[in-house]
Design a protein around this ligand. Structure first.
Ligand code: ZN
Ligand code: ZN
Length: 582
């Protein structure tokens, strides 16, 4: 079925439902209703089939989606709006959603700021805080006001960012289009997208040609372009229909590597490279690495055609793009201690997978065949536990039936090792959503939170730590619950969680689904420092989801991880020993 609906992606639908939940929360609506919309948004964002193409029956078959939610989705898909959302948007200023997101504010304070100071967006909030009027409000104070001012900047920095997976979809046809332009020898994406950041702002593209104008023209006339911001001999900037800015630089062969290096960044990596060049009497720019002449002006070009040649001339090992963040990589490249980073081929299995036993779209046989096609030696079937009724989660009885079915399957099938697992819900009090006897019989227990995301920081931390203390738990899945661009992480003391996980032999998951990438690179580094083993899982709900592993690998590389840090890069016997906590 096609129609206007096909134009709504799952993420866009999830985004509307999440916004609906946000606005209801600002109206202090029933928390259960707010939660229902949030979990529906999560289910839809993670769904591998296009939800816009489902009819009522297909929608309500997603079980967490009741009749009201199905109606809302159909309204959006068919009429382009959800009437309830439109009504709410009229009552509550939409800018309050940004205000709510500012650390230290939250829904209640956002309402107070609106009603007492007329704050309807970030600009208002900043002005009022600078004038000292936020501190004067009851329950706010100087400390909160300072925190709010810092928070405004954070929220601004994150607004309008695109997930890397969505950016790829946007940029791939653009790059192909530019590569077809007359005289183009090479085109590459630079910037944060090349460095593998989980979200990106602007898109940087570098092309090589002796005749820039046809390439610039190709960008200016690209069908996805809304405005041409500027266009000259060296650079063209445009904004796309979705609002993202694209900057294209065209250089000749001798400067290509220098331009690629410069526009890949990060800024702090480049600053370190430039000062290293300066210390050697050279100058590094986007045109190359130059010796300085007697007047201190750039003279002979020492390198520039490739990044490799520039690093070599600076007496550095080549720095992989994912590491170029100014986190010590230049020093490591100087003394030959850059790590051997994880590669996709290192991974021998996937330990967090769903099937039609809960809310997966593909059955066991199909998932097994796909894991074998990827060359995996092992895989874990980890469907949801019963608390997630919306997913058709498994209780002890259904789990036993699944084991029977897996036994039958394995009698007929010889290939990848299938570990019996479960993604067990951590209840509000930190207990697990399955009896101890059943838990004990599982090969792998993946524990995670899908409800009560709004608990306070201490309560949430204690809840998770209590779950980790259960002797059968092996993995903590998607530890912050964030959905990029849709839902912020819940409040939790990750360092306390990592410490508990390390001491209990529980692995920390890097959920590779590109809408999650949970935990992110910086938190991953903290987990490893705390002594945690990491597991990179796709949490696939279909065969297609298995392909997301590469996003996990990119994030793992950004965290300096090598195969020794990653559970599913190990041979099966070592994995089994880890799971047995021996
Ligand atoms: Zn989950
Ligand atoms: Zn899962």
């Amino acid at each position: 079925m096609t129609g206007p609906g096909a134009s709504y992606t799952n993420v866009e639908i999830a985004d509307r439902l999440e916004r609906l939940a946000d606005l209801l929360e600002l109206q202090e609506a029933n928390p259960f209703r707010v939660r229902a919309y949030r979990s529906a948004a999560e289910v839809i964002a993670a769904h591998d089939v296009s939800v816009a193409e489902l009819d009522d029956e297909g929608l309500t078959a997603m079980k967490g989606i009741g009749k009201d939610l199905a109606r809302a989705v159909r309204d959006l898909v068919e009429a382009g709006e959800i009437p309830q959302l439109t009504a709410l948007e009229r009552e509550v200023p939409i800018g309050l959603l940004d205000v709510k997101r500012v650390p230290g504010v939250g829904p209640k304070r956002a309402i107070t700021l609106w009603k007492s100071l007329g704050v309807t967006g970030l600009d208002d909030l900043e002005r009022e805080a600078r004038a000292g009027r936020v501190a004067a409000l009851a329950g706010f104070g100087e400390k909160t006001q300072t925190k709010v001012l810092r928070g405004v900047e954070q929220v601004r920095a994150h607004r309008g960012r695109l997930r890397s997976v969505d950016a790829e979809v946007l940029v791939a046809p653009l790059v192909a289009h530019l590569a077809d332009a007359a005289g183009v020898e090479r085109v590459e994406v630079a910037g944060s997208l090349r460095r593998g950041r989980e979200t990106i702002g602007d898109v940087d593209v570098v092309a090589q040609s002796d005749d820039p104008e046809p390439v610039m023209a190709a960008l200016r006339t690209y069908r996805g372009v809304r405005d041409v911001v500027g266009s000259g001999r060296a650079k063209t900037s445009v904004t796309l229909e979705g609002g993202q800015q694209v900057d294209l630089r065209v250089v000749d062969r001798a400067a290509y590597g220098a331009a690629l290096l410069y526009f890949t960044g990060s800024k702090s990596h480049n600053v370190e490279l430039r000062s290293r060049a300066a210390a050697r009497g050279m100058r590094l720019s986007e045109y190359g690495l130059f010796d300085l002449d007697d007047d201190g002006e750039p003279g002979v070009r020492r390198a520039g055609a490739s990044e490799e040649e520039i690093y070599r001339a600076l007496e550095l090992d080549f720095v992989p793009v994912e590491l170029r963040e100014g986190r010590g990589e230049v020093a490591a490249a100087a003394d030959g201690t850059l790590p051997r980073l994880l590669q996709l081929e290192d991974l021998r299995g996937d330990l967090h997978l769903h099937t039609t036993w809960s809310d997966g779209a593909d059955d066991v046989a199909t998932m097994v065949a796909a894991c074998e096609a990827r060359g995996y030696a092992y895989m874990a079937i980890t469907d949801h536990s019963q608390a997630l009724r919306m997913t058709g989660g498994l209780d002890a009885e259904k789990l036993a039936r699944q084991w029977g079915a897996l036994d039958d399957f394995e009698r007929e099938h010889d290939g990848v090792t299938i570990l019996r697992g479960l993604e067990v819900d951590i209840r509000k009090d930190g207990t697990l959503d399955l009896d101890d006897d059943s838990l004990e019989r599982l090969d792998i227990v993946v524990a995670s939170i899908h409800s009560h995301l709004e608990l306070g920081r201490d309560a949430q931390t204690q809840r998770v730590i209590r779950a980790l203390e259960h002797p059968q738990v092996n993995v903590l899945a998607h530890p912050t619950g964030r959905i990029l661009g849709v839902r912020d992480p819940y409040a939790i003391d990750l360092d306390a969680v990592f410490a508990a996980a390390a001491s209990r032999g529980v692995a920390i998951e890097l959920n590779a689904a590109p809408q999650r990438l949970d935990v992110g690179d910086v938190d991953l580094m903290r987990a490893v420092t705390a002594g945690c083993t990491i597991v990179v899982d796709t949490d696939a709900h279909s065969v297609r989801g298995l392909e997301h592993m590469r996003f996990g690998v990119t994030t793992a590389r950004r965290a300096w991880l090598g195969p020794e840090h990653v559970l599913n890069a190990w041979p099966l016997a070592r994995v089994r020993a880890f799971l047995a906590k021996r």
